[in-house]
Write a protein of this length. Structure first.
Length: 225
């Protein structure tokens, strides 16, 4: 038989999938979808929300993996049935013979490569990418050092929330000049958690405000006689 080695390969993979289903009881999905029954808990009442979130993630992962294996098993059974009927290896779209190289790489292939329905490459991008690109263009310059304006970026991120994340008396409430500091130099001069301990312990953040301050200082020096 021309495709005997592929048939053995498909039958072996089918047995592996069936064995895996028997071992994990279809990833525990036969026990129901309730979070308490799937986790073995009598109740989720006293569980931390993070624990419930973890359980939900694990269930979603199990559903995805179970669905993936079920689809693979269906494709294998379809291909084995084609072998019995003598239609295996024939493209269902063009009627041409599927090259052996393609079948060895994908034994469940139903079409030649040119007629495969999975030819399109999605151009969809995450919705966050546009916002991140705008923030990068706004808060980063052409300097070698990465510049990062943390308070302004916070405003950009918080603007996507329906409810305000600021509160009266907080340090991030100045909507007019968007500086968040009493003095301008505080935007790029910082100390550690212990506060000011001498000039040697003051750090300079290489951000947009720092560059503007240095440009002003250089301009003043150039203007001096």
């Amino acid at each position: 038989m021309k495709y005997e080695h592929l048939k053995r390969q498909l039958e072996q993979r089918k047995q592996e999938i069936m064995h895996e289903f028997d071992q994990n009881d279809h990833y525990g999905l036969n026990r129901g979808f309730a979070s308490d029954t799937s986790s073995g808990e009598l109740s989720q009442y006293d569980n931390h929300p993070a624990d419930s979130g973890t359980e939900l993630f694990e269930r979603e992962k199990d559903i995805a993996m179970n669905g993936h294996l079920k689809e693979e098993l269906s494709d294998i059974e379809y291909s084995l049935n084609q072998m019995e009927e003598g239609t295996y290896g024939i493209c269902e779209v063009t009627g041409k013979e599927i090259p052996m190289e393609r079948l060895e790489a994908l034994p469940t292939a139903r079409t030649v490569k040119e007629a495969s329905p999975n030819q399109e490459i999605s151009n969809d991008r995450p919705v966050e990418e546009e916002a991140l690109t705008e923030m990068e263009d706004k808060y980063y310059s052409e300097h070698d050092d990465n510049e990062f304006n943390q308070p302004n970026v916070y405003y950009e991120v918080a603007s996507f929330n329906e409810n305000s994340m600021t509160y009266e008396g907080s340090s991030i409430v100045d909507e007019e000049d968007n500086t968040e500091y009493v003095e301008e130099y505080e935007q790029f001069v910082s100390t550690d958690i212990e506060g000011y301990r001498g000039a040697d312990n003051v750090n300079f953040e290489r951000n947009v405000e720092y560059d503007e301050f240095m440009d002003e200082q250089n301009q003043l020096e150039d203007e001096q006689p």
